[in-house]
Design a protein around this ligand. Structure first.
Ligand code: AOF
Ligand code: ZN
Length: 356
């Protein structure tokens, strides 16, 4: 199953809104006969690819797949039927498909055909692999990760908004990998003005994420790097009151959506729903503390990834990655669960999940 998960990961950033799936066919001596993965949206499912690449008769063989085989006619016919047709005798599945049109029915069909089914192998790892898909299917919302580069005292910038460079080049290379796997990067107008980031993916073989800027009053400069037309989608979510003449001043490849306001700022819950409807199923923020705070306050954030540098700013006016809460008691804190830590060259990555 670990091999299956690693195989599936090779398609990171390529299959959205579909899940990451790998499948391996093997015989009773655990000799691998073939493997396949879902490579791109609309393409063959992993099981079909594994079955089609096999050079031998599959009767009596086993297939292991990190997601329950499907039983529906979508872009391709049901994988469960193909598995039955080829005489495979055993299916090992990592997790039940949260998609309501499958949801256990794929495994049921296999069992009714007399196939041995083992379900739930490395289930936790499989759920983590497809965390975006699970959130989308169960909540009809994008999976949202807050990404930060902070000092040991949790600061992302000085009082004059200088943030280059808190973390080192090893951390920044990791960020490139993340950009490759999320559908979109979300930022705010302040970050565009102070940092002028490009938010592209410079990883070898990577692909650019969609860039999304929340800009209530359309105050960002049209020539900002984030608005460069490099063939990837760029979206601005603006306040409902912006004028059409101001909209026309932006380059024509930019999609500008008007959004309802809350306390004179973009209503983040509505903005996130707009982005989901535009097909964005996983979003990573690279922004200032006020936008992150709104996302946390509205219980929209799923995960926090902190790149922590061994530096101390120690200035009360320095900027935090989440700020603006009015809290007097420790029990008002947001509670998270740390899921992993990793030491890089000098910096560390702390990965936590929100627990509302
Ligand atoms: C995939 N790849 O390897 C498996 C999937 O739109 P379709 O026809 O490709 O169907 C997508 C659904 O198929 C998806 O939501 C999931 O429930 C199921 N399994 N999907 O994209 C795969 N095995
Ligand atoms: Zn399928």
């Amino acid at each position: 199953m670990k091999r299956c998960i690693n195989l599936a990961k090779k398609s990171a950033g390529r299959v959205s809104p579909n899940p990451l799936v790998g499948a391996i066919i093997f015989d009773d001596d655990f000799k691998v006969i073939s493997e396949g993965r879902h490579e791109y949206y609309g393409g063959n499912h992993a099981e079909r690819n594994a079955i089609l690449t096999a050079q031998e008769d599959l009767r009596g063989k086993s297939i292991i797949v990190n997601l329950e085989p499907c039983c529906h006619y979508g872009k391709t016919p049901p994988c469960a039927d193909l598995i039955i047709e080829r005489g495979i005798k055993r299916v090992i599945s990592g997790m039940v498909d949260p998609n309501p049109i499958v949801a256990g029915k794929g495994l049921e069909r296999l069992k009714s055909a007399g196939i041995e089914v083992i379900q739930g192998v490395l289930e936790e790892e499989c759920l983590e692999l497809n965390k975006f898909f699970v959130k989308n299917q169960t909540k009809k919302l994008p999976y949202i990760t807050i990404k930060t580069a902070v000092t040991l005292d949790g600061k992302i910038a000085t009082r004059s908004n200088k943030s280059k460079w808190i973390t080192d080049e090893t951390s920044r290379a990791e960020v490139q990998k993340l950009r490759n796997s999320y559908d979109a990067i979300l930022t705010g107008s302040g970050t565009i003005k102070y940092d002028n980031p490009s938010l592209t993916c410079r990883m070898k073989g990577g692909r650019n994420p969609v860039r999304v800027v929340l800009d209530t009053n359309l105050s960002t400069d049209e020539s900002s790097k984030v608005y460069t037309d490099d063939g990837t989608r760029v979206i601005i979510i603006a306040g409902e009151k912006v004028s059409n003449s101001r909209i026309k001043e932006y380059p024509s490849h930019i999609e500008i959506e008007k959004c309802k306001l809350k306390n004179n700022k973009i209503d983040i819950s509505t903005a996130v729903k707009i982005l989901y409807e535009k097909g964005l199923r996983s979003i990573m923020t690279e922004c200032g503390g006020l936008l992150n705070k709104s996302i946390i306050e509205e219980k929209l954030a799923d995960e926090l990834i902190q790149f922590i540098a061994p530096k101390l700013l120690g200035d009360t006016k320095a900027k935090s990655f989440a700020e603006g809460f009015d809290r007097n008691e420790i029990n008002e804190c947001n509670k998270l669960k740390i899921v992993s830590t990793k030491v890089l060259k000098q910096d560390i990555i702390v990965n936590s999940k929100f627990n509302y």
